[in-house]
Design a protein around this ligand. Structure first.
Ligand SMILES: [Zn+2]
Length: 290
């Protein structure tokens, strides 16, 4: 019954999204072929269920993310994993051919990102903040900030038509405190699609069952039985909403509904995109609408 209700709800939402407006175009940009999935796989699944279009873009090809494999063979394996994610979540997934672990905020890569945002005709762009332990994450943050505004300048990358409106730019949630902590401006309830998010993570076999447990020294925690993988991913990789995110959930869903929410993904508004009022946020995050 619950499944049937969710299915009917999804069909209704798709109908309304398509009847009222054209689908929203969302691009999420991460440094590695699993970053967008970790930060916003649930939100992506909700957009897709409502008939909107989501692209994940990895700025590096992930060719350093393994303890025994590397180079072109690893990049190939990871691209295959992103194709599986695309199938499971219904997103489009692109991987740029830049080396993992060596990313720098260069002009050619900024141009690649400007072109990707324009080609997707993005309404919303989501990327990491520049406070992060991993240099590839920090520089992806810089590259996307440097692309904001420039996506509308016709003389920059003139081979791709510029956007007439700067998209809304947002940051993924992180836990870094210095120089300033993440601010949860938006929080999305992903409880109904948590299985989808986990299915997306599960497609990155090289990462969640091999590389990350090895580099994090917890290989012995990975269950050998694949039937236990989802539970493992849920415990290990899905963060419970912290007090700041709880506050944002109350703001967008009301206290009563927010108290029922088990899993959420949060976003901060970047000042370099189009200004985002409450009405603008409701328009581009229709799952928040009541
Ligand atoms: Zn990463």
């Amino acid at each position: 019954m619950r499944r049937l209700l969710i299915f009917s709800f999804t069909c209704l939402n798709v109908f309304f999204a398509l009847a009222q407006n054209k689908p929203l175009q969302i691009i999420m940009i991460g440094a590695h072929p699993d970053d967008c999935d970790i930060k916003a796989g649930g939100t992506a699944a909700l957009f897709v269920a409502m008939g909107h279009h989501v692209k994940f873009l990895s700025v590096t090809n992930g060719d350093a993310g393994h303890q025994t494999q590397g180079g072109g063979m690893l990049a190939k394996r990871r691209i295959a994993e992103t194709k599986e994610v695309a199938k499971r979540l219904g997103v489009s997934y692109d991987v740029l051919d830049n080396h993992d672990g060596e990313l720098l905020p260069t002009l050619p890569i900024r141009m690649e990102i400007i072109r990707k945002i324009r080609e997707w005709k993005a309404d919303v762009v989501i990327a990491p903040r520049t406070n992060d332990y991993h240099p590839d994450h920090r520089y992806t943050g810089v590259l996307v900030q440097d692309a904001a505004f420039m996506v509308g300048v016709p003389n920059v990358a003139p081979d791709v038509e510029p956007l007439r409106k700067n998209p809304i730019f947002l940051y993924f949630q992180d836990n870094f405190k210095k120089p300033n902590p993440f601010q949860a401006d938006i929080a999305v309830d992903i409880t109904p699609v948590i299985d989808k998010k986990l299915a997306g993570l599960d497609a990155h076999q090289s990462q969640f069952y091999e590389w990350l447990p090895w580099i994090g020294n917890y290989e012995d925690e990975v269950p050998s039985d694949p039937a236990k993988h989802k539970e493992y991913l849920l415990n290990k990789r899905v963060q419970k909403p912290n007090p700041e995110v709880r506050k944002a959930l109350e703001k967008w869903y009301g206290k009563e509904k927010a108290d029922q929410i088990k899993y959420a993904e949060a976003f901060e508004i970047c000042e370099y995109g189009s200004p985002a009022s409450i009405e603008d946020i409701k328009r581009v995050f229709p799952m928040l609408g009541k």
